[in-house]
Design a binder for this molecule. Structure first.
Ligand code: FE
Length: 347
């Protein structure tokens, strides 16, 4: 088998683009090529997600799957010799960390500019969000009549000893605090953090799912969690998971002011990508309608592209207004947010 010359290859990629990968059925584009994907994702729908890209472009995907921090460490230590073309991971805070370590290059793409909302991408185009999750208030439907309607209200005295929330070492809480810092300033955020600590039903432990389970078990009445954890319980094959989820109701906080904090799963092209054209094409593919559906369904998340429906089993949470604070802003607030949480005694 012959490989196309670089010029020929560029032409083929150009053709695929011109034909419009976005939202169109599979294209039979003769293309040989490879893409090395470093990913902290591992969901059932990923097989279909990647197979469709290969079908459309002829580009084979080699996957390296590991924890996000492990992948970032690996790329740092591989340096200029890293085979990574694309890094996929969760949380803008982590994407920003990878960017600050010099792991990404800017991607200039009309497709991405048009399809990924501005506040869900890095202003310098080093990373882009491809699905989103809201960090919401969850409560015991049968025990709580008037749940808090804002993040601020989670700190109210009414909820002493009733709140389940994970540790301040968790990036989701750091990003949430980074968003609150942007909205309220440092002093008020520290005050808020103290209220959160005072309201904890127990010392923080476990992940978001553990907080949801603890509410169902009656250890407390409120939890803070990303939406997809409840979504994944709802669609679980295990009836016990579904029984937990059925007891939980959702509040999208701050609907009367700045909106609910949302975070992303996202990706960027590696600074030293051996296959940068294929990498850009892959990111554009992730913004296509069909890839958006696979990508969101994999982890019960919301698509970022307008007009693509959320997975059916999370639509029951209802519609909500998002805080459109730039993901880069709360990500860059990470260190300050952590310091504030620390001072407030949030373990
Ligand atoms: Fe998670």
């Amino acid at each position: 088998m012959t490989h196309p010359s670089p010029a020929r290859r560029t032409l083929l990629l150009g053709t695929a683009l011109a034909a419009g990968l976005v939202g169109l059925p599979a294209l039979a584009v003769a293309q040989s090529g490879e893409l090395n994907l470093y990913s902290s994702r591992h969901y059932d729908t990923d097989e279909a997600l990647y197979a469709e890209f290969t079908e459309q472009t002829g580009i084979t995907i080699n996957r390296i799957e590991a924890g996000a921090d492990e992948l970032i460490e690996r790329m740092i230590s591989e340096g200029a010799n890293s085979p990574a073309d694309v890094l996929i991971t969760v949380d803008a805070g982590r994407l920003e960390r990878a960017d600050e370590a010099g792991l990404f290059q800017a991607v200039d793409s009309e497709v991405l500019e048009e399809r990924v909302p501005e506040y869900l991408q890095d202003p310098e185009n080093k990373w882009f969000g491809f699905s989103k999750r809201a960090r919401v208030i969850m409560y015991a439907c049968d025990r709580v009549e008037n749940p808090p309607r804002t993040y601020e209200a989670l700190a109210d005295e009414e909820w002493r000893g009733r709140l389940l929330i994970r540790s301040s070492t968790n990036i989701y809480n750091q990003s949430l605090s980074g968003a609150i810092l942007a909205a309220l300033g440092e002093e008020a955020t520290e005050e808020w953090s103290r209220g959160i600590v005072a309201n904890m039903a127990r010392e923080p432990r476990g992940g978001d799912t553990d907080q949801i389970r603890a509410v169902a078990a009656g250890e407390g009445d409120l939890a803070v969690s990303n939406t997809y954890y409840l979504g994944n319980l709802l669609r679980s094959d295990n009836p016990e998971d579904r029984a937990v989820a059925e007891q939980i109701c959702v509040v999208f906080p701050n609907q009367d002011d700045r909106g609910t904090h949302v975070n992303i799963s996202g990706a960027g092209v590696a600074a030293n990508a051996p296959n940068p054209e294929a990498a850009k094409l892959f990111l554009e593919y992730l913004a296509s309608d069909s890839a958006q559906a696979y990508f969101a369904e994999g982890n019960s998340e919301y698509p970022v592209v307008e007009g693509v429906a959320a997975p059916e089993w999370i639509q029951r949470f209802g519609e909500f207004q998002e805080d459109d604070l730039s993901a880069e802003t709360f990500a860059q607030n990470n260190a300050d947010a952590l310091m504030v949480m620390d001072r407030a005694g949030w373990k």
